[in-house]
Design a protein around this ligand. Structure first.
Ligand SMILES: Cc1cc2nc3c(=O)[nH]c(=O)nc-3n(C[C@H](O)[C@H](O)[C@H](O)COP(=O)(O)OP(=O)(O)OC[C@H]3O[C@@H](n4cnc5c(N)ncnc54)[C@H](O)[C@@H]3O)c2cc1C
Length: 480
């Protein structure tokens, strides 16, 4: 420990800040985490946003990435009472006429419902899903900075994943398979004509066929609680309600890890940052925003298609062409009339989220960055299209526009929930083209947020990798 401080200060207690803090604490260092919000967790919090007894995930709700993450695999979540509940149908996408397509169970089970595309789906997704354990360490690592551990498997994934989803979709003939890919690929928040959009789509399908798309029983905040409990049990300190405005205000420490995005880092560092680094960080690009809506419902959503009633996540937006048009609108700065919506119904597996017989519903759609448009009416119209009678079930709703998302958490710049645009360049070289993406120009100061590799999502790997760099610089040993 430094004579008048701690070994490590972490600013921000999102999943990456906490993963960084725990990795340092597990190595025997003293750790102090500071967060400006009133509760820890960043994008991993659960609150009664609408009515008493209705527990809503304020940000993340669905956890395929936590399930696949080596950091969480190395954390004894069960010992802290965390249970992951995995719906039978990972995700479904309704189509007009009461039809739907779904990622259910194994590759074969899903393929069986894809009619003329069954064989193509099996041949495309089957080998990749088998390779998932070989691919994950690379895609959840400092991509672009290390050689893949399994180059052949990674090359097979890269050959398909680099394609725009609009190109990969041409291999399918029916609306069902094309739409399934569209819904998964649209998580990139990029137009589906952009390179690399297939990689997200395929990865989410591969995870659906292995660990599934689970919820955390009781809400995502339980994950945060587990990490904070382990941290404090190791002697770490979690301080909330303290916004850091300058690095000069931090307690003295041997290493400082910042769970913030490049724009905030530039502001925190002030004139300490060399002009060249500042300019590189200012070139970092943010993606579109989201408008988030949470509903308290008197009962389950009356989806016409049975698969949607069993799905944890429902991608609402219709066919591939409709989803692609919605994402293209957003990229062009327009608010789509019929937005592509990500809907999650935790009640499918977790009755603890709402009073008996009632439900919470979670959803968002993509909007131009910095938007202050309330999209709830358009999102509800899309759900009603595939679930007539849905509107009659609404007891209460809570809406956060993209600008309000940033007010809630300054890491959501303009409402961007991924810590930066997932372009090809920024997927490989985020946040700036340095050899080690976690080190900054300031000795002993590291970035550990979703703006570093491997990017957005609740997996903790940005924090874990940043902490490993800091440990190496301090000459301390990483304890996996
Ligand atoms: C609506 C929404 C839905 C999402 N859905 C999913 C999902 O279903 N599954 C999934 O895997 N991911 C999802 N995500 C993304 C996921 O939540 C984020 O990628 C993840 O939380 C990023 O973690 P982080 O630690 O990098 O940053 P964050 O979780 O954003 O945490 C940053 C923390 O730093 C604090 N902070 C920032 N600046 C300062 C400062 N100056 N001083 C003090 N504290 C500061 C903030 O208060 C915050 O607590 C969603 C996000 C949103 C917003």
């Amino acid at each position: 420990m430094s004579s008048d401080g701690v070994d490590v200060v972490v600013v921000g207690s999102g999943p990456n800040g906490l993963a960084a803090a725990l990795t340092m604490a597990r190595a025997g260092l003293s750790v102090h985490v500071i967060d400006g919000a009133g509760t820890p967790g960043g994008g991993c919090r659960t609150e009664e946003l609408t009515l008493p007894g209705f527990w809503h995930d304020v940000c993340s709700a669905v956890h395929p990435l936590a399930s696949a993450s080596p950091f969480f695999a190395g954390t004894d979540l069960a010992a802290f009472g965390v249970r992951l509940l995995t719906p039978k149908v990972a995700f479904a996408q309704p189509l007009d006429g009461g039809r739907a397509v779904a990622a259910t169970g194994s590759v074969d089970e899903t393929a069986a419902e894809l009619g003329p595309d069954a064989r193509t789906y099996r041949r495309l997704v089957g080998p990749l899903a088998q390779d998932l354990p070989l691919i994950l360490p690379t895609v959840l690592g400092p991509l672009g900075r290390t050689l893949p551990a399994h180059p052949l498997a990674m090359a097979r994934f890269g050959a398909e994943g680099l394609l725009p989803a609009s190109v990969l979709a041409r291999r399918f003939r029916g609306d069902e398979a094309k739409s399934l890919l569209a819904g998964a690929a649209a998580h990139t928040m990029l137009p589906l004509s952009k390179p690399l959009t297939s990689s997200f789509g395929l990865l989410f399908l591969m995870i659906a066929h292995s660990v599934g798309w689970p919820f955390v029983e009781g809400g995502s905040a339980r994950l945060t609680d587990a990490l904070v409990t382990e941290l404090t049990s190791l002697g770490g300190r979690m301080e909330t309600g303290r916004w850091v405005t300058s690095l000069r205000d931090l307690p003295k420490a041997r290493a400082v890890l910042l769970d913030v995005t490049p724009r905030q880092f530039v502001a925190l560092a002030g004139d300490r940052l060399p002009a060249r680094s500042r300019r590189a960080l200012q070139r970092f690009r943010y993606g579109p925003g989201v408008c988030k809506v949470d509903w308290a419902l008197s009962g389950p959503v009356p989806w016409q298609a049975p698969a949607c009633r069993e799905a944890g996540t429902v991608h609402v937006g219709g066919t591939f062409a409709e989803v692609a048009a919605s994402e293209a609108d957003v990229a062009a700065g327009r608010h789509p009339e019929r937005p592509f919506c990500l809907i999650a119904q935790a009640g499918v597996v977790d009755p603890s989220r709402a009073p008996a017989g009632q439900q919470t519903l979670w959803g968002y759609c993509h909007v131009p960055r910095g938007s202050d448009v309330d999209m709830s009416a358009r999102i509800e119209a899309q759900i009603e299209r595939f679930a007539p009678g849905f509107r009659d079930l609404i007891l209460a709703r809570s809406v956060r526009t993209a600008t309000e998302m940033e007010r809630y958490n300054p890491n959501y710049v303009g409402g961007d929930i991924s810590g930066g645009a997932s372009t090809l360049w920024q997927t490989v070289l985020r946040p700036t083209p340095r050899w080690n993406p976690y080190r900054t120009a300031l000795p002993g100061v590291y970035l550990c947020s979703a703006s570093t590799p491997p990017g957005g999502g609740v997996h903790g790997m940005c924090g874990a990798w940043a902490a490993r760099t800091a440990l190496a610089d301090l000459g301390a040993r990483h304890r996996p």
